[in-house]
Ligand binder design. Sequence first.
Ligand code: BMA
Length: 333
Amino acid sequence: MDTHLTGKPAAENSISHLPWEDRPAGSSDVVWRYSQNPIIPRNAVPRANSIFNSAAVARNGKFAGVFRVDDRQRQMNLHAGFSDDGIHWNIQPDPIEWINPDPELARFVHRYDPRVVWLEDRYYVTWCNGYHGPTIGIGYTYDFETFHFLENAFLPHNRNGVLFPRKINGNYAMFSRPSDTGHTPFGDIFYSESPDMVYWGKHRFVLGPKAWTWQSTKTGAGPIPIETSEGWLLIYHGVLTSCNGYVYSMGAALLDLDQPWKVIYRSAPYLMSPQTLYECVGDVPNVVFPCASLYDQPTGRIAIYYGAADTVTGLAFAQIDDLLDYLKRNSEL
Ligand code: BMA
């Protein structure tokens, strides 16, 4: 086990240097886009077809991340990246090579849609991992240079594995979204616990689609949930099936602190839907897919990283008090 504990965030829940831009004058949006979006173009590394659905965290006064890069064979893989400001990223040209304790799990099929969380003494990475179908891979790193693969959390088929930033009821906790082999036309968010990051159980239903809404086909957890005094703030994606295909939007829910499968509030309207050119036009049109957020508790600022049209990466902002207030006033369970 590595002992070098480099990389701990300066202070828990304080990221004063997070990327930020005030809400545009005249706008009343609860979540608003960065004016310089997209922050990562599709070709930011050689041989990339697209870079999207990626995860950033604060680290040593700067930022690090794990990025979904689909290459020009259209293979989906994960690359490490570094940034001084959380906006301009230096993404490694080669995919992460995982140190793998079990050759059975070493075969590469695909890896995509990463999430990253600082948990206890290291950064854990979860992603959709191909193993006889998509499931949730779990690994960890101390420094974003060396990455260790642990295990797949679940049997296939599963996607959108999102860890909590601390133990709940003495166990590690994770959201996931059981799915199928393809472009799943259903999707409920479940909660699971584990004593050791390897064996997962105590599965609980959290939330699922709502008929005749922006989230009528499927739902999936997005960034690592944010702990507030009133509950866990979960930003998630919801999907509507239009006559022209899926539309991926962003919503939020507030969940009980000790029993996170209990939903306290849930946004009836979406918080952000695909509306800009880079969200509506790309390899998969009409997708906003949040995978990470940075939260600065003293200022209440949240910066959300999201994939746009399965092609590029964007940044959006919110104020936590406004977001919670909006959730309370616009909630339908
Ligand atoms: C989902 C995942 C995401 C993708 C989205 C839209 O099922 O595959 O990676 O962003 O579809 O294509």
